[in-house]
Ligand binder design. Structure first.
Ligand SMILES: Cc1cc2nc3c(=O)[nH]c(=O)nc-3n(C[C@H](O)[C@H](O)[C@H](O)COP(=O)(O)OP(=O)(O)OC[C@H]3O[C@@H](n4cnc5c(N)ncnc54)[C@H](O)[C@@H]3O)c2cc1C
Length: 386
């Protein structure tokens, strides 16, 4: 690389980095360079379940989805690739009075914001998904427009379109440190040379805390390992192909169709922060037990393989799209705490707007500002499932 110059450097090519680069190009920024130490979509985005849902308790999460879902719905028109968005709905199960109270409030807010959502009792939940055990449930919330898309197809397609628009993507290029002139960022040093730019965006997912340290700033993002398991082919007359993405929040488990098999989620809430993505086989029996409890037909299913990826957790389980206070030209888009795939389209747009216009335009990005932590204004979003 030697020494190059750019208008904006984006560090990291997951959904956040490529979405930011694409929107910068759309806003007319000419020299956007993305630096990725591995390959496009090789971090958490590649390991995600692809879930896209409106079901949040706070206005922010709902509005981020409202803005992002249209991109996934019209993805082929914009990016020329079908991201396999299956709008089979999201079903979040309610097992306790406390969850029911949160659901009532969340449903009211979601409706106020124009989301089609139903609060089902246990009987209606069983009617919708007859394979679910519901005798220990109070009901569920159901959003039929939600579903899941393929994160790899989507992210690589956004990267390809960004390249078509002039964005340069350097893969196999790790950022080692940042260069500064006083309180202004001036570029980065990579293992392949230096790159100068007046604006640098940290979009390094679960590694953002570590990368922030390289720039001398504190980004409160820590890694949290999360597992997924996939079953061998399972008959569709037992669990239909169009079944919703089911979140069993009480048991800390999830279930959706993935082709001929089922994708099961689970993990430990008390998992210590670490960058390990080794599969912890000891959790398998618990994942199976919970899945079979909720969908007894799965007693006949066989687990085929599992993987683990990293959630990028912030203290309030909400993302950061922000200028870095105290260092002019340094920005961060990270920390979406396990729900960044769905919010990638709007988050990248807001990041690009902040850089180009100095403020967000499409929706209010102030609640995503990093200064909220220092101000003590960080409120945990209840409908996140760690
Ligand atoms: C098991 C699992 C299931 C999930 N399910 C969902 C879901 O259903 N719905 C949803 O919305 N979200 C889900 N998520 C969360 C989602 O994956 C993340 O929120 C999102 O992918 C974060 O994107 P990102 O671009 O910030 O990070 P990443 O995709 O991790 O990208 C960061 C990139 O930065 C690169 N990088 C790091 N350090 C450097 C460096 N020094 N120099 C250059 N490059 C560097 C990395 O190689 C990586 O490619 C899930 C996550 C996991 C792990």
């Amino acid at each position: 690389m030697g020494t190059e110059t750019a208008d904006v450097i984006v560090v990291g090519a997951g959904i956040m980095g490529v979405s930011t680069a694409y929107h910068l190009a759309r806003l007319g920024v000419r020299r956007v360079v993305v630096l990725e130490r591995d390959t496009v979509c090789s971090g958490s985005t590649a390991l995600a379940s692809g879930g896209i849902r409106h079901q949040y308790a706070n206005r922010l999460g709902i509005e981020l989805t409202t803005h992002s879902i249209v991109t996934y719905e019209r993805f082929r028109d914009e990016f020329g690739v079908d991201p396999n968005f299956r709008q089979h709905g999201y079903l979040i199960l309610i097992a306790t009075e406390e969850q029911l109270a949160v659901s009532r409030r969340s449903v009211a807010l979601q409706r106020e914001l124009g989301v089609a959502v139903e609060l089902l009792d246990a009987e209606a939940t069983r009617k919708l998904c007859p394979y679910l055990r519901t005798d220990d449930l109070l009901g569920a919330t159901y959003t039929p427009r939600d579903g899941y898309a393929d994160p790899y197809l989507a992210t690589t397609a956004i990267a390809a379109r960004a390249r078509d628009m002039g964005v340069v993507v350097h893969q196999g290029c790790e950022v080692r440190t940042f260069t500064r002139a006083g309180d202004r960022v001036t570029g980065v040093v990579t293992d392949a040379g230096t790159l100068e730019a007046p604006a640098v965006v940290i979009a390094t997912g679960a590694w953002s805390g570590v990368v922030g340290k390289l720039a001398g700033v504190d980004i409160p993002v820590v890694p949290h390992r999360r597992h997924k398991f996939i079953t061998a082919p399972f008959p569709e007359d037992r669990i239909p192909a169009e079944t919703p993405f089911v979140i069993d929040q009480h048991q800390g488990a999830s279930l959706r169709r993935e082709g001929a098999g089922l994708l099961l989620g689970g993990g430990r809430r008390d998992e210590p922060a670490s960058f390990s993505t080794d599969v912890d086989r000891t959790i398998e029996p618990r994942v199976i037990e919970r899945a079979v409890h909720r969908a007894p037909a799965l007693a006949e299913a066989r687990l085929m393989r599992g993987w683990a990826g990293l959630y990028e957790m912030t203290p309030d389980q909400t993302g950061i799209v922000s200028a870095m206070p105290g260092i002019a030209g340094l920005y961060v888009i990270a920390g979406f705490s396990g729900h960044g795939f769905m919010h990638g389209p709007i988050a990248g747009q807001l990041m690009a707007e902040l850089i180009v216009h100095g403020r967000s335009v499409t929706m209010d990005a102030v609640p995503l500002d990093i200064a909220r932590f220092a101000r003590g204004q960080a409120h945990v979003e209840p409908l996140t499932f760690v």
